[in-house]
Every structure is written in structure tokens, then in C-alpha cells.
Write a protein that binds this ligand. Structure first.
Ligand code: MG
Ligand code: ZN
Length: 223
């Protein structure tokens, strides 16, 4: 009973900052996506594919969260997108305070969509709200079809679940039918997308959904 109230206080302080971030994003009309996955699932590749597919439709900005380095931010900047790198210095997730600092360095008024690439980790990012509108979990065929069972928190909270590396299907034992059933039973509200960032298959369904989500946000903000 002694430690539980402390944990709740930390989370509520984070939630307050998350709420401020959300209000700032709403004022700018920017839809924010918190993109979470294990390392190597293809978060940065998905961001680059998304930017390519939405060119001329939505203006994208990116926050890159990593323990160290700016390798991913360099890739995103090379694609011509506004990007801020957050190095957590060992921390295994982003929090609302980190995103607040990043928002101050982005041209929000010239953006329609923000994708926040969280630190590669399927566990604690689920516990820290950033102020995002949508939580997206990315997984890949290479990780196996049992991830929703092993990391339920993340999958239960997801607004969308994206499965990447469809191009490797012939080489892997990932059972797509089993995965679909699992996700449907756990979180029937989550949109499910199966795609390949490598060859672009399935990307349009995902970006169409994102576009519709932004339209829905604008309708909520300006009824
Ligand atoms: Mg990355
Ligand atoms: Zn963490």
C-alpha cells in the first residue's frame, strides 16, 4: 500500500503534461500518432513510406525517440521532413515532458500530422501518455504471431495495429489468420493493417485511414 500512491502521482503528473501537449496539438490542428514497437519492426521505414504516400495530402512532422544516436532522424531529415531527435540517455520510453520539449522545436503551424517514433520497446511505452490522439502498435512477421499474448497492455490500448514485412511471408511461420483472430478477440476496436514497407504493398490502406483520422479530428475541433 505504500508504493502504489507514489506511482499514481508520477503518472498523473505525466498525464497533466500530456493534456497540455494535446491542447497545443489541437490548436495547430495536428493529429499526433504515438508509434510503438520492438526494435527493428520498421518504425522509421513506416514513417518514410507514410510520408511518401501522403505527399501533397498531409504535411508530416516527426519526433524520433531513441536511447542514443540520431541515425533515424538523419534518415527522416534526408526525406525533407521536419524532425526532432530525442535521446533518452538510457531511458526505455518517451514521456510527455520529452514530447513537450520536442513540440517547441517543430513548425506545428505548417504540419497536419505528427508521428512520434517511441523508443523500441513493447513494455513501458504503454504506460506513458504523450498527448497523442492515436496509439499505433507496429509489429512484423519476423517477430512471430504471439506478440499480442506476450505484451497485452500495448495491444489492448492500440487504436491501430500494423503488421510489417509482408514481403517475408514465404520465409516465416507467421500465421496471419491466427494473429487476426487473436487481435480481434483482444481489441476489436483496433484497425488492423498488413503491409510491406519494403515493396509498398498494403501501405495505401494505412495512409487512407490516417487521412480519415485527421479529417475526423478537424471535424471534432471545428464542429
Ligand atoms: Mg527507428
Ligand atoms: Zn521505459
Amino acid at each position: 500500500m505504500r508504493t502504489i500512491p507514489v506511482i499514481q502521482e508520477i503518472l498523473s503528473a505525466n498525464d497533466e503534461l500530456a493534456q497540455e501537449n494535446r491542447e497545443r496539438l489541437n490548436r495547430a490542428g495536428v493529429l499526433a500518432v504515438n508509434l510503438m514497437s520492438a526494435p527493428g519492426a520498421g518504425k522509421t521505414s513506416l514513417i518514410l513510406r507514410t510520408a511518401q504516400a501522403l505527399r501533397g495530402q498531409l504535411r508530416l512532422g516527426v519526433v524520433e525517440g531513441d536511447v542514443a544516436s540520431q541515425v533515424d532522424a538523419d534518415r527522416v531529415a534526408a526525406a525533407g521532413l521536419p524532425v526532432v531527435q530525442i535521446n533518452t540517455g538510457g531511458g526505455c520510453h518517451l514521456d510527455a515532458n520529452m514530447l513537450r520539449a520536442a513540440l517547441g522545436r517543430l513548425p506545428l503551424e505548417q504540419m497536419d500530422l505528427l508521428i512520434v517514433e517511441n523508443v523500441g520497446n513493447l513494455i513501458c511505452p504503454a504506460s506513458f501518455r504523450l498527448g497523442e490522439h492515436l496509439r499505433v502498435v507496429l509489429t512484423s512477421l519476423a517477430e512471430g504471431d504471439d506478440k499480442p499474448q506476450k505484451y497485452p497492455d500495448l495491444f489492448l490500448q492500440a487504436d491501430a495495429i500494423v503488421v510489417n514485412k509482408l514481403d517475408l511471408e514465404a520465409y516465416l511461420d507467421f500465421d496471419r489468420q491466427r494473429f487476426r483472430k487473436l487481435v480481434q478477440a483482444m481489441n476489436p476496436h483496433a484497425a488492423l493493417f498488413e503491409l510491406s514497407c519494403r515493396n509498398g504493398e498494403g501501405v495505401e490502406a494505412w495512409t487512407t485511414w490516417l487521412y480519415q483520422q485527421r479529417q475526423a479530428l478537424l471535424a471534432r475541433l471545428n464542429p
